[in-house]
Ligand binder design. Structure first.
Ligand SMILES: Cc1cc2nc3c(=O)[nH]c(=O)nc-3n(C[C@H](O)[C@H](O)[C@H](O)COP(=O)(O)OP(=O)(O)OC[C@H]3O[C@@H](n4cnc5c(N)ncnc54)[C@H](O)[C@@H]3O)c2cc1C
Length: 384
């Protein structure tokens, strides 16, 4: 059972002084942000804010200095992530790149790719999107059909469709997961990752897909004989599966997996002020106990990442439990406060409740569905 041990993070005073600095910065930078905007943190796209984080050295924190990073620890990065999300900061312009695309390039990229891209991410100047899901290959990523054919001159000709690509319409780059040999029947074999310049690749079309709230975050991305340069290959041809699994471990491990509904918890406590009965106190107490436990577990994942150990199962557990916590919150809040959810309401609670209730169904889909995560956990436990 040692696989399920979550190591405790060390207590380090430096992290807490960084936390104070981040809070002070956010207090000013986000002063005008409404509760509803804070609830939309994941989807808030603001290049100026991302640039301001970059200027303070709070992006690409764990990367080497030679690539624009700051040689800081996984915990220090954790502190910045935790504070920005807890404050409802707009993170969408930097965080896919900071969380997973950058680390993937750092691990697998060529020297030239690292030098060209990582400093720009660390400066908050470069936005990425994730080209994994397809119409018939979401959970079953190995069924991917988008294909990159190597041409005689070394370039790659790409055809296929990616789906649910968050912020593809704003992104500077995509990391594309595709097939470079064989057929979908070959499953994981013959898959690769490519770096796609989203601003300058003819044959790439981005079409909006609107979500439950009618907002445009997702896209469908078509590749129609799009030609990528020879140096677009990221890592080793045919090793895409192993690379993408490492990337997913980055995607599933952080505090974002239990802080998506945090603004609603804040508003719930505000709405209960002065009128809270025993039932409300018990419910809020229970929510806090869950939150604190999730935080401990999530920081345990940061410990594993810092040690360079495989954290994929731990990350899957935190994501599954975290999504359950985040998804339960709207129902619990609604049962405790007698207010109708209403996006247009002047009541902070009613507006944030409406947003969070509509956003919550996605929490157990994005980054891997609940069933897939539980399959990973069961396999690790020897149950399947
Ligand atoms: C907010 C949000 C943002 C997203 N952003 C991106 C992005 O930027 N880039 C990107 O590539 N993708 C993105 N996705 C897509 C997301 O990763 C996929 O939706 C997810 O992987 C599931 O794929 P699917 O929608 O095709 O569902 P399917 O794979 O068709 O699954 C449908 C249902 O069947 C279940 N299921 C499937 N296979 C099994 C199995 N073997 N055992 C048990 N149950 C199974 C699933 O759990 C699910 O409940 C995003 C999704 C959301 C909601």
């Amino acid at each position: 059972m040692s696989v399920l041990a979550f190591p405790a993070p060390p207590v380090r005073p430096d992290d807490e002084s960084l936390r104070r600095d981040v809070r002070t910065f956010l207090g000013t930078a986000l002063a005008q942000r409404t509760p509803l905007e804070r609830a939309e943190s994941w989807n808030g796209f603001d290049r100026d804010f991302s640039r301001a984080l970059g200027q303070r050295g709070w992006l690409g924190m764990t990367w080497p200095r030679e690539f624009g990073g700051h040689d800081r620890t996984a915990y220090e990065r954790y502190v910045v992530m935790e504070e920005t999300l807890a404050a409802g900061a707009p993170v969408a312009a930097h965080w896919i790149a900071d969380r997973q695309s950058g680390p993937t390039i750092l691990r697998y990229g060529t020297e030239a790719q690292k030098r060209a891209i990582l400093p720009r991410i660390a400066a908050g100047e470069c936005t990425f999107c994730i080209g994994m899901s397809e119409p018939d290959a979401g959970s079953d990523l190995a069924a991917t059909r988008t294909r990159a054919e190597k041409q005689g001159d070394g370039t790659w000709r790409v055809s296929g469709t990616k789906l649910w690509t968050t912020y593809a319409h704003e992104a500077d780059y995509m990391i594309l997961f595709c097939r470079t040999s064989g057929t979908p029947a070959d499953r994981q074999k013959g898959t690769s990752q490519m770096l796609v310049d989203m601003r300058d690749t003819p044959g790439v079309t981005v079409r909006p897909v609107h979500d439950l709230m009618g907002q445009h975050h997702f896209n469908e991305v078509h590749f129609e004989d799009a030609v990528l340069p020879a140096d677009a290959l990221l890592g080793t041809e045919g090793q895409g599966w192993a690379q993408v699994m490492g990337e997913l471990a980055f995607e599933r491990s952080g505090p974002e997996r239990f802080l998506s509904s945090i603004q609603l918890l804040i508003e719930l406590i505000g709405a209960l002020q002065g009128s809270e009965g025993a039932a409300a106190q018990q419910a809020v107490g229970r929510l806090f106990a869950h939150l604190v436990t999730l935080r401990h577990m999530s920081r345990g994942v940061a410990t594993l990442l810092e040690r360079g150990e495989d954290a994929s199962v731990h990350a899957a557990i935190v994501k599954d439990l975290g999504a359950t916590f985040e998804q339960d919150l709207p129902d619990i809040a609604r049962s405790l406060v007698d207010q109708e959810p209403d996006l247009e309401s002047t009541s902070r609670f009613a507006a944030v409740l409406a947003y969070t209730a509509m956003a919550a169904p996605a929490f157990s889909l994005r980054g891997g569905t609940r069933e897939i995560l539980r399959g990973i956990i069961a396999r690790q436990l020897g149950l399947r």
